[in-house]
Design a binder for this molecule. Sequence first.
Ligand code: NAD
Length: 513
Amino acid sequence: AMEFGINDALKKLGIQDINLGTSTGSNNFGSGEAIASYSPVDGALIGKVKSTTKTDYEQAMVTATQAFKPWRKMPAPQRGEVVRQFGNKLRELKEPLGKLVSYEMGKSYQEGLGEVQEMIDICDFAVGLSRQLHGLTMHSERPGHRMYEQYHPLGVVGIISAFNFPVAVWAWNTALAWVCGDVCIWKPSEKTPLCGIACQHIAASVLKANGLPEGISCLINGDYKVGEMMTQDPRIPLISATGSIRMGKIVAQAVAARLGKSLLELGGNNAIIVTPDADIKMTVIGAVFGAVGTAGQRCTSTRRLIIHESMYETVKEALVKAYSQLRIGNPLDEKNHVGPLIDTDAVANYQSALTKVVEEGGKLIVEGGVLEGAGYESGCYVKPAIAEANNDFEIVQHETFAPVLYLLKYSGDVNNAIEIQNGVVQGLSSAIMTNNLREAENFLSCAGSDCGIANVNIGTSGAEIGGAFGGEKETGGGRESGSDAWKVYMRRQTNTINYTTELPLAQGIKFDL
Ligand code: NAD
């Protein structure tokens, strides 16, 4: 770790005394058992973070609720100014934060920097948004009446995030929630607690510099039990939860039981359709990056390739060749393409997927396996694998969060491929590689891809901030980031104003006194 400047990065992020068992302050509410964070890169203990107890949680809630009162009254463009400063702070700390993301989560340093760039981009987006947040005006049916709608802040937003985007998902939610006038309580993944601490320090420093209550951003730490404190709490009108479908089903029910709102960003089972008109070179780059980038641990990672039979052998050969050139190792070393999985449980899931696909009748054409020896001491490094399979295999229907790519064959026209693509419970990201206008437009039509994201001639992973991000079906239906995703962080109010001396009723109803 030393040679990649990890200690220096931690220092710049205000995470000192990393082995002493505490890292609190800055509205981080934790006095419970310590959660140890081990790096999947080299297996080293990076630090410990204290988990949030019931009492700590109550304190966080009170602090957040109090902070909401002045914050909601501050004009939105002024809140935007705070977000602008937050974005600048992230620019300053991009390298150390990107490095911590890489070291604690295991993605490549370039992807770590990319994740921080996403945080910066959403801040820029939110700053512009802070001068908009507009509702509509309507024409009233009654004379001398005006009707319009406005959006008001919602209150405390609870954020639950996954390990694989340990900082960006928080920023997507926070930057928008802040300009909307909400305050946030964040529970990061228990697998990446130090990323949470680092981000909280950044937020707290910006709030402090502006003389604002630090309760505008609160951090709580721990596993699902701490998450449940929020999902069951009627004082939290919106829960934004990112993670597995399994988690989403539990969270959605808990929040619905108290009639709260939830924004769900859950698992994907993303496919690229490769038609007879595909550009092979672009297909291979898109598919390989999509399948092995972040070691297959993106919600938008490419899991399935649906290849036309006429192209099948060509694509297969090109992929096997490309996989033979992949370098697996320390993600902080820019020579490597593929880093580790998050932990050894993830390695076990990867291994069981490879066993399962063979049991179900599939065939491994790039075998995979766990790496051992020098540089792989953490036990988290695996070789990306490719299997020929059928879409109806149970394992293919399931999202394995690892670099396992399934090759599926289709014949006939593009609609057959679309049927296979849609034939899973998830609905996050999808892509088609084609130069044929009819195929592309069919794929994008109402009878085409059923996913929240549908791309032409690019892969499934790597979304831009400007668009709404999220998916349908068991992916949960939520949308974050760009477009009008901000609306979920606000409450809509319809207002009718009578500026006459009469009181006419709607629908022409007469009520004479
Ligand atoms: P996970 O579901 O194990 O955990 C996610 C978060 O939910 C963690 O913070 C966890 O502590 C919390 N949690 C779990 N059970 C809970 C409960 N009952 N109540 C409250 N909180 C609970 O997921 P993970 O392994 O960290 O992340 C990988 C998954 O996340 C994949 O399925 C991936 O596709 C998905 N993901 C989706 C998106 C998206 O935008 N759609 C983005 C990133 C990751």
